[in-house]
Design a protein around this ligand. Structure first.
Ligand code: DGY
Length: 425
């Protein structure tokens, strides 16, 4: 039980009175998708605390339904850019973009696994209207032309910040003109973090939202960065199905027509992103109007979303099999054969346990159970080798980024523990 105890110890150490920071220092606030995944870990040993994680996050939901990617619950000098730079928030200061909407999926898993049924039911009933507002926001404001594919306005929104998929669209964004001091490099070696030209553009976009008063119409029309992120599209699609299932059981009276229409639109539109030569779906630059031809783990998440046809799923399983075997420690975030692959640098190659969990669930969904188990075993090797790190060098398994990190601890408790694995899907 040693590592299970260690994983629980990390969540307890990163607990800040109801929300969990990803890790001390490097990320001292509440990040949306970290928090959703982390709640799964809490559920394995403290159900009340797991439900609280969601309640605190949704306290920061904007009036228009948007769930920010960061909630700034207090001050901190160890992170940049903070609340003063973002200038957004409703009830709680926050960023002005969202993050992959995995909440409804994790909430459904928690609801199904919880032992305290009355607490689970009451918690889900409280969260459901907010989740519906959040999903409506994605379909309404990020796909105003009803194409079936939501748009993303910032690489940080993908959660895969400096993925090589975003290199070209990000290069067209002007650099910010003011001086700033990065804090991440005080915590992590620069070889494992994004480069300065990327930060210059990340910050330009942050300024852009503020200058446009966070007005969705102006941003949709004029933002110099606008992409279709297959990762977000797939995660939203699965989460919307999970949300409808929960609403069917507990959400009588909630209007889910927008979500049903969104699901229908995406199921049809996704096929325009299929690449016959790559055997996966490609991200799309919505401004240059062309596919982004880099194989990153976002491109195989349509299995997780249940968006692939049986034939596409067969082809993707072959792709994943080959991709998995190209590195020793799980599916690398960028395919190792890509010129942009860097095994240790943030989203340009390392293995991320929560993404491998999604890939594995996607494979199981289409009946590739053995390959799904191979992904789980390879991911577990990272943690067995170096402990609970933000991400892992895909070639050596070395822990990279922040140490004592919440989501690998939560993923390990929920999925990698051999005893819980059989009930995690
Ligand atoms: C960071 O600061 O690196 C975060 O990923 C932004 O969300």
């Amino acid at each position: 039980m040693a590592w299970q105890d260690d994983a629980a110890r990390i969540l307890l150490a990163n607990d800040r009175d109801g929300h969990t920071v990803p890790t001390d220092g490097l990320y001292p606030f509440q990040w949306s998708w970290d928090s959703a995944i982390t709640a799964l870990g809490w559920l394995t040993f403290d159900e009340a605390r797991a439900w609280r994680e969601g309640a605190v996050m949704f306290d920061g939901q904007w009036e228009n339904g948007m769930l920010p990617h960061i909630l700034f619950h207090g001050d901190s000098s160890t992170y940049f850019p903070g609340p003063d730079v973002w200038g957004g928030g409703h009830r709680i200061p926050s960023s002005a973009i969202s993050q992959p909407p995995v909440w409804a999926t994790t909430i459904r898993k928690m609801y199904e696994a919880a032992k305290d049924r009355s607490l689970a039911e009451a918690s889900v009933r409280t969260l459901l209207p907010m989740l519906v507002d959040y999903h409506d926001w994605w379909y309404r404001e990020r796909d105003p032309e009803e194409t079936g594919l939501v748009r993303s306005f910032h690489p940080w929104e993908s959660g895969m910040d400096n993925s090589p998929a975003w290199d070209e669209p990000l290069a067209r964004v002007p650099p910010v003109e003011w001086e700033y001091q990065r804090r991440d490099l005080g915590h992590v070696d620069s070889s494992e973090r994004p480069h300065k030209p990327e930060y210059d553009r990340f910050l330009y976009l942050v300024d852009f939202y503020k200058k446009n008063d966070f007005d969705p119409e102006r941003i949709y029309k004029d933002c110099p960065y606008r992409v279709i992120d297959v990762g977000i599209v797939s995660i939203l699609h699965r989460a919307s199905q999970d949300l409808l299932a929960l609403c069917g059981e507990l959400g009588g009276g909630l209007d889910v027509a927008g979500i049903e229409a969104g699901l229908e639109g995406t199921a049809e539109a996704i096929h325009s992103l299929w690449s016959e030569s790559d055997s996966c779906f490609l991200n799309y630059d919505d401004i240059a109007d062309e596919p982004l031809k880099v194989r990153t783990t976002a491109t195989i998440l349509p299995l997780f979303g249940g968006l692939a046809t049986a034939e596409q799923a067969n082809r993707m399983a072959e792709t994943i099999d080959e991709w998995l075997r190209a590195s020793a420690f799980g599916v690398a975030s960028t395919h190792p054969a890509e010129a942009s692959y860097e095994p240790q640098r943030y989203w340009r190659g390392p293995v991320w346990p929560h993404i491998n969990w999604m890939i594995s669930l996607g494979l199981e969904k289409y009946g590739f159970d053995e390959l799904a188990e191979d992904v789980r075993i390879a991911t577990k090797k990272c943690i067995d080798k170096t402990g609970f790190w933000e991400y892992y060098d895909a070639d050596s398994g070395k822990g990279c980024g922040g140490d004592e990190f919440s989501w690998p601890a939560a993923v390990a408790l929920h999925w990698l523990d051999d005893e819980s694995a059989s009930c995690a899907s």
